[in-house]
Design a protein around this ligand. Sequence first.
Ligand code: SF4
Length: 219
Amino acid sequence: MEGLRYRPLDREQRAEEFIRFLDENYAGADCSLRHDSPFTLLTATILSAQCTDARVNIVTETLFKKYPTPADLADADIGELMEDIRSTGFYKNKAKSLKGMAGALIEKHGGEVPDTMEELTALPGVGRKTANVILGNCFAKPAIVVDTHVKRISNRLGLVQSNDPDKIEKELYDIIPGEKGAEWSHQVILFGRETCTARKPKCSECPIAEICPYLNGEL
Ligand code: SF4
């Protein structure tokens, strides 16, 4: 990039600058899935696998009215539920997960969404990524959500060197303050949608190009 003067930083310094950049440009970044409780966010997050948040929000607008509580969702007719969520893709598996998750909430947690990683990942259809969405957004617990944007950008910026989401999450906890994790993840997602896109990152207009090892041939 013409006129660019690369500033090679170590990993911690780069992380600090990246955090500062995100805070200045994406202050208040929040979850884009419609929800008003841990239960509705858990439902929406399960539906969001391989689907856009915008599409999920269209579906949940009616879904949450039809099945307002875990008991309603647990009692849903599976065929009807599949039709209700069909447009989000993978609807057969998602319907089973939703019914199973709601049933487990009733049977094991008194109808409430639990607030530990262990209990959340024991629910049908809930992996670490979904559990972190809930822990960070609903319970203000340390939680970094490793989605496709976080995975790509963390690697490009040399904050991690891995394709494995669990390993990436662990490595990021070394350099991203845990309590900031949820907001940080939302900020990175916005930056990934706008600038550091998957196929053609807009490096020529990227405000952090001068510290990016990916652009400057270090990676
Ligand atoms: S310079 Fe390019 S690759 Fe590096 S962070 Fe910016 S957009 Fe992404």
